[in-house]
Every structure is written in structure tokens, then in C-alpha cells.
Write a protein that binds this ligand. Structure first.
Ligand SMILES: NC(=O)c1ccc[n+]([C@@H]2O[C@H](COP(=O)([O-])OP(=O)(O)OC[C@H]3O[C@@H](n4cnc5c(N)ncnc54)[C@H](O)[C@@H]3O)[C@@H](O)[C@H]2O)c1
Length: 320
């Protein structure tokens, strides 16, 4: 296959690129490197004869005009992500996350298979409001508690994307899969997310070891499992036009237990210092994966202990 990865130099994009290249596909990565990094991992992908890397801004019409339309599959992963970025520049979040989606839908040809990366954040407001059950299925009502609060800019931008891919995709005859990722983690995901952030502090020997939101729960999904789910969905015609939760419902953990696991894996003897959760952080998150399993037969394969071990090993070698 010829596969186009938009935002391909980022965390999930590069892991997906590696898997596709290993299977013999030709992969083109487009990224503006606002967050994706030109590091040793990208250099290894770039050196592969099946890979092409382009630096371009996917909010610019000229970028799309210059892209050939030769793809068997297209994945839209480009977005502004991360709590710090969202709180710091919500206008950029809305602009980048919606323009990239709308440009892609204007550009894409009928019959094309497209994946749009959405997020569990679209329904997180309902968990805190008590209107959404956990584990959470795709058909729960989405809740935006405050349109003017910077942190909701991310969820709102992804909701617009979901509606665009479902409705515009259908109108154009595009088989779009909307995948809502739930706490995907692994090597090379930056330093903002909880597992690498904890790993880096543990590797520095922090003691007492701060644990914000120690009593919260998350179901973490190792990136290889998320990639497997994406590939299965894209190979399943019945997934076209559907919104599907992607994650690992077998790996739900309390954050204090996660901290103990990270400390064990880094070999850091420290005392836990439980702290309040960051404002706006949802109490519990775990996907109901019935639809993903029914459509694709997916089963997560990397247990939390093993995924954290691999992640810690990467951060030990490369830092952030
Ligand atoms: N990692 C997770 O757990 C998670 C959870 C929910 C949703 N998602 C979604 O999955 C997708 C991938 O997430 P990720 O963790 O790999 O994020 P990431 O930030 O590592 O990757 C996104 C990439 O998009 C690029 N990008 C941003 N703006 C661009 C632009 N204008 N033009 C070209 N490239 C641009 C960035 O440089 C980056 O490399 C995102 O859409 C994100 O919203 C991820």
C-alpha cells in the first residue's frame, strides 16, 4: 500500500510508520515539526527506502495543492495536543485541529480510506457530571461544560472533526474511520503525559515522589496496541463512517499504583506524596471496547507492566 501519515513525525505517527514500513508498505510522512521531532527515531525511518518525509504546514492550502492523490490509506494525526499547549494557546488548538480536518475532507477523493484521530476528551465532561458510565461506549452524550474555558478547546475541535468526517465523509463517499484514543503511551511521546513525566522524575531520583491525582483511574494503552487497532479498523469496510473507541480496557490502574510501578521499573526507592489532581482532570477513564472487538477482533497484547518497562527503557536512554 501507499500510505499518507499526516502529523507522521509525532508520537503515534512514527510508531505507525515503523509498523507499516516493516510490513513492506510505502509511507509518506507530512509534519510541520511544531511538536514532532527530527531525532534519531525519525532519522531511522527517513533512512528506510520505503519512507518519504516532508516538512509542511497542513493548515496551508498550498500544502494540500502540492500533495499527490495516490494513496491507499490516509491517516490524519496532526493536531495541537497536550494540556500545556491547550491551556496556553486555545486559539491555535481550534485553528489547527479544525483546518487540518476540513482541508483533508476538501482534498480527499471519493472511495478513499481515511482515519481521523479523535479523543476520549470529547465525553470527559459527562464523566465528571455523572451522566456518563465508565467503561464508556461510543454512543454516550458528549458534554462541554464551558465553551469559553481554554481546556475545552481541544474537545470542541475534535468534535468538529468527528462531525466533519462522519457527515462530509459520507456526502463525499469517503470511508472515514473516527478513532477515539484513550491514554495511548509509549516511547517518544514527549514529557507532558503522565507516564513519561513520572518516568523522568523517577529517573532523576525524586523523593518524596509527587503523585498528582493519586486516587484517579486510567486505562493506559501501549502504542503498539493502538497501532494494531488502527490498522485493523482501516482494513474493515464496516468501520467506515463509524466512531470507534481505541484503548486497553484490561490495563486500568489507579495513579498511585502506576507511580509504584514506574518507581519499581526505574529502580527508584521513594516515598509517594499524593497531591490533588490537576484542575479539570477526569476522575476515571476507561473505554468500552465492544465495538472495536466486534468489528476487528482486536485484543490488547502489551500488559501495563511490560509497556511501562519499554517506555522507561526508552526515556532512560534518550531523556525527553
Ligand atoms: N497520544 C494519545 O494518547 C492521544 C489521545 C487522544 C487523541 N490523540 C490524538 O492522536 C493524534 C496523534 O497524537 P500524538 O500523541 O501522536 O500527538 P503528537 O503531538 O506527537 O503528533 C501530532 C503531530 O502533528 C504535527 N502537527 C501539528 N500541527 C501541524 C500542522 N499544522 N501541520 C503539520 N503537522 C502538524 C506535530 O508536529 C506532531 O508531530 C492527535 O490528533 C491527537 O489529538 C492522541
Amino acid at each position: 500500500m501507499r500510505v499518507l501519515l499526516l502529523g507522521g513525525a509525532g508520537f503515534i505517527g512514527l510508531h505507525l510508520a515503523r509498523r507499516l514500513l516493516a510490513e513492506g508498505h510505502a509511507v509518506t510522512l507530512v509534519d510541520d515539526f511544531s511538536r514532532g521531532r527530527d531525532d534519531a527515531d525519525l532519522a531511522a525511518v527517513r533512512a528506510h527506502p520505503g519512507a518519504t518525509v516532508r516538512s509542511a504546514d497542513l493548515t496551508a492550502a498550498a500544502t494540500w495543492a502540492a500533495l499527490p492523490r495516490i494513496w491507499d490509506q490516509v491517516y490524519l494525526l496532526a493536531a495541537v495536543v497536550g494540556v500545556r499547549n491547550v491551556e496556553g494557546d486555545p486559539a491555535r488548538v481550534v485553528r489547527v485541529n479544525t483546518l487540518t480536518a476540513l482541508h483533508l475532507l476538501d482534498w480527499v477523493e471519493p472511495g478513499q480510506r481515511v482515519f481521523f484521530a479523535s479523543t476520549s476528551e470529547v465525553y470527559a465532561g459527562g464523566v465528571d457530571a455523572g451522566t456518563v458510565a465508565v467503561p464508556t461506549a461510543e454512543d454516550v452524550p458528549v458534554t462541554v461544560a464551558d465553551v469559553t474555558a481554554p481546556r475545552f478547546a481541544y474537545a470542541i475541535s475534535k468534535l468538529l472533526g468527528e462531525a466533519a468526517f462522519v457527515h462530509m465523509g459520507r456526502a463525499k463517499g469517503v470511508a472515514a474511520v473516527v478513532g477515539r484514543f484513550h491514554n495511548v503511551y509509549g516511547p517518544r511521546m514527549g514529557a507532558d503525559h503522565v507516564i513519561p513525566e513520572m518516568a523522568l522524575r523517577a529517573l532523576r531520583g525524586e523523593d518524596p515522589f509527587r503523585v498528582p491525582g493519586a486516587d484517579q483511574h486510567r486505562a493506559f494503552c501501549y502504542v503498539d496496541d493502538a497501532v494494531e487497532a488502527m490498522l485493523r479498523l482501516m482494513a474493515t469496510p464496516a468501520a467506515g463512517g463509524r466512531i470507534v473507541h481505541i484503548g486497553d480496557d484490561t490495563a486500568e490502574t489507579n495513579i498511585a499504583d502506576l507511580a509504584k510501578l514506574v518507581l519499581r521499573q526505574t529502580g527508584t526507592p521513594a516515598t509517594l506524596l499524593p497531591l490533588p489532581a490537576p484542575p479539570g482532570s477526569v476522575r476515571r477513564r476507561c473505554p468500552d471496547l465492544t465495538l472495536l472487538r466486534t468489528l476487528t477482533g482486536y485484543q490488547p497484547a502489551v500488559p501495563l507492566e511490560e509497556g511501562v518497562r519499554r517506555t522507561v527503557a526508552w526515556y532512560r536512554e534518550w531523556g525527553n
